[in-house]
Design a protein around this ligand. Structure first.
Ligand SMILES: [Ca+2]
Ligand SMILES: [Ca+2]
Length: 285
């Protein structure tokens, strides 16, 4: 029994492998720290006067400081950066630091960035976009079991595009870091099951309205990524032709739709608008 316990303890004391993931969600002023092998992260969250807070972040490699930044002008501790030290890019020899910060505002956003060691040895903070909702939804996880974590999230550009925010659906996307750059790897075969499960979880198609069209847009986007033979068949056949959301434009070039005289407002069919939007968003040529 004792021997068994000793071996368990020995296992617990083994060096942490690079694929380990350590999450810090600050909820009070004070010091936070974590490390994997030689890469250590420390963050000091403190009051900065006028009911504001700031967070001083520092990354070091084998004791040498390689990155420093102070996130300031935080109105609340809710805005303190959430950190996850995790392997996201095997092009370098250190783990990456995932950072998510709440920007404030009703719907938006978690500002996501990744601090990583680049080719030339410098460490840099790489912008990975702004995402609606719970920051935990964007935490990198290793979805494929290869020791490299991915961010599985929603393509936020679909929100408001064909329906109101609350009525919108969005396709799932998989982001990773490759050679120091954020890469959308959703269409790669490794992530096919992620898309198939997202499609199952999309729920039933709304019966009518802008929301139905938004559901069909998310559905078509994922069909495109899956390489389906006719990704638009459902959208073309089943869309609701009534709603205007996302389907109007101003015939006067350079004038926004909301400023457009009523007799100059044009309308495009949903199948056309959907294809346009998906090609603008890089889903297809
Ligand atoms: Ca790495
Ligand atoms: Ca993986």
């Amino acid at each position: 029994m004792k021997a068994h316990l000793a071996s368990l303890m020995a296992a617990a004391l083994l060096p942490v492998v690079a694929s380990a993931q350590i999450l810090v969600e600050p909820d009070a002023v004070g010091s936070y720290g974590m490390s994997i092998d030689g890469t250590a992260v420390s963050m000091l969250v403190r009051e900065a006067g006028d009911n504001m807070f700031e967070a001083e972040l520092s990354v070091s490699l084998d004791g040498q400081t390689v990155f420093q930044r102070t996130y300031d002008e935080m109105f609340s501790l809710f805005q303190a950066p959430i950190l996850k030290l995790v392997e996201m890019d095997t092009a370098n020899d250190a783990p990456e630091l995932f950072v998510s910060r709440y920007s404030g505002g009703a719907h938006c956003c978690n500002l996501v960035s990744i601090i990583a060691k680049l080719d030339d040895g410098r460490w840099s903070e790489i912008d990975a976009g702004a995402y609606d909702g719970d920051p935990a939804a964007n935490y990198p996880q290793d979805a494929t079991g290869d020791g490299v974590a991915e961010i599985i999230t929603l393509d936020n550009s679909f929100l408001y595009t064909f329906a109101s925010y609350a009525g919108s659906f969005a396709p799932t996307i998989v982001l990773t870091l490759r050679d120091g750059a954020v890469a959308d790897v959703t269409g790669e075969p490794d992530y096919e099951y992620v898309l198939r499960s997202a499609l199952r979880n999309l729920g039933a198609m709304p019966e009518s309205g802008a929301s139905r069209n938004s559901w069909l847009a998310a559905h078509a986007a994922m069909q495109v990524r899956l390489g389906a033979e006719d990704p638009f068949s459902l959208a073309d056949k089943d869309h609701d032709p009534e709603p205007d959301w996302g389907l109007t434009f101003c015939k006067d070039e350079g004038t926004e739709t909301y400023e457009c005289p009523e007799d100059r407002i044009g309308r495009i069919a949903f199948p056309v608008a959907l294809r346009q939007f998906l090609s603008e968003r890089g889903y297809m040529e």
